[in-house]
Design a protein around this ligand. Structure first.
Ligand code: C5P
Length: 400
């Protein structure tokens, strides 16, 4: 089943009686994992309360192009950039006509002009209006421009007529939005991903670990599942929700992670080593809690096995992808890692930059293989993950 985990959706609500269903659309989108912000037009406001939309979306409702405060917080350009998808539901005849002409006289139409996001239109109006030649031509024009029309249903209308023009069901609107992100580029493939940090025990209560949140690995998991792959996750210490559609194996230490990977690796087509595996562990783990006897102490460390390099050395092995967090000489260091670990691709993070990488919601990476070095510009980790998966599928699985 497709879903909208980590997706950002702007719901535009315009003037149709069906606007009373818009809080339910917000709910159905949230049920699939989306974060939703709502824009209401003047017409939309006549049919649904701003308070309902605000309470359910858990965000301020946007309604005014000229609101100075809103422009300071999240203005029309930011909203346009923020969205992965904009859904206008219900889309009134007037709003549809305005889109055709590229008008920008209210917040919704302006955001539509300013966005690069995918746009979905769910018309809702009287059957005769919907059947009119003007509406048919307008919808055809919007389709031609790449907008997706969510066809209205047939049935009894608010005005008492029976015909075509009822707003599609909220669950159907959410499903069609989720389907936008589904592909089959990895259908039939088995993918193993390690993610999160490992914990290396010093004694029963203390450990050495790192700041890894598991966000990037979990975003990759969503992307793999959306692309049709059977996905297994070997999960260390994380602070994100688990992708329920994957097979999950929890581990604590690097040794546990190594064993779990080796147990699963045979049947895999792709191994993505996204975990922040501790390079070292305490040489011995104290059986009892270490007492404070002195003002200083020394912990002797010993090297952990390199899981990625070990998988790469297997006689039969899947396509192997590693991550490299670098602070200087990024590309050169990543290329050295690609060679030393003998993997097929490295995803390079510049961890010296603020606002991306470890523990952050955004990332900016380079995908490096033997023949290619491609920058994937700053975006949410989910979008970055989808681009990585798309490129890996194209590079390594296209002809199989
Ligand atoms: O060598 P470095 O730790 O920078 O390499 C990072 C890559 O190697 C990541 O893909 C990480 O998951 C993997 N790795 C591993 N086992 C280790 C250390 C790193 O699989 N012990």
């Amino acid at each position: 089943m497709s879903d909208l985990t980590n997706k950002r959706i702007v719901l535009g609500v315009s003037g149709s009686i069906a606007a009373y269903k818009s809080p339910d659309i917000v709910r159905r989108l949230q049920d699939l994992g989306a974060e939703v912000r709502v824009i209401v037009t003047n017409g939309g406001r006549e049919f649904v309360s701003e308070r309902s939309l605000q309470t359910i979306s858990k965000n301020k409702v946007h309604d005014n192009l000229w609101d100075k405060e809103a422009e300071l917080a999240m203005g029309h350009i930011e909203l346009a950039k923020w969205a992965d998808v904009i859904i206008i539901a219900p889309a009134s005849a007037n709003t549809i006509a305005k889109l055709c002409h590229g008008r920008a006289d209210d917040l919704l139409s302006t955001v539509i002009l300013a966005t690069e996001a995918k746009i979905m239109i769910a018309p809702a109006m009287n059957q005769h209006m919907f059947a009119s030649s003007a509406m048919k031509d307008n919808l055809q024009l919007l389709r031609k421009r790449g907008m997706l029309i969510i066809e209205p249903g047939f049935g009894e209308q608010a005005c008492g007529d029976i015909g075509e023009g009822r707003l599609a069901e909220p669950s159907e609107i959410a499903k069609q939005a989720a389907d936008l992100f589904t592909s089959s580029v990895l259908s039939g493939k088995n993918i193993l991903i390690t993610l999160g940090g490992t914990k290396e025990s010093i004694d029963p209560v203390r450990f050495i670990s790192n700041h890894s949140s598991g966000k990037m690995g979990m975003a990759l998991a969503h992307a793999c599942i959306q692309a049709g792959a059977k996905t297994t996750l070997i999960v260390g210490s994380i602070s994100v929700n688990i992708e329920k559609r994957a097979e999950i194996i929890h581990v604590v230490s690097a040794d546990d992670m190594y064993k779990a990977v080796m147990k699963k690796i045979k049947s895999q087509d792709l191994f993505i080593s996204c975990a922040a595996v501790a390079d070292f562990k305490p040489k011995t783990t104290n059986k009892h809690k270490i007492k404070k006897t002195d003002h200083s102490m020394t912990i002797k460390l010993t090297e952990n096995k390199d899981i990625l390099a070990s998988v790469c050395q297997l006689e039969t092995r899947p396509i192997c992808v590693g991550f490299a967090a670098e602070t200087e000489n990024h590309i050169e260091n990543a290329k050295i890692k690609l060679k030393n670990k003998m993997c097929d691709a490295i995803v390079l993070n510049d961890v010296s930059k603020t606002g991306i990488g470890l523990n952050s919601n955004d990332n900016e990476v380079h995908l490096i293989t033997k023949n290619l070095s491609e920058k994937i510009e700053k975006n949410t980790k989910q979008i970055i993950a989808e681009k990585i998966i798309d490129k890996l599928a194209n590079n390594f699985f296209q002809s199989s």
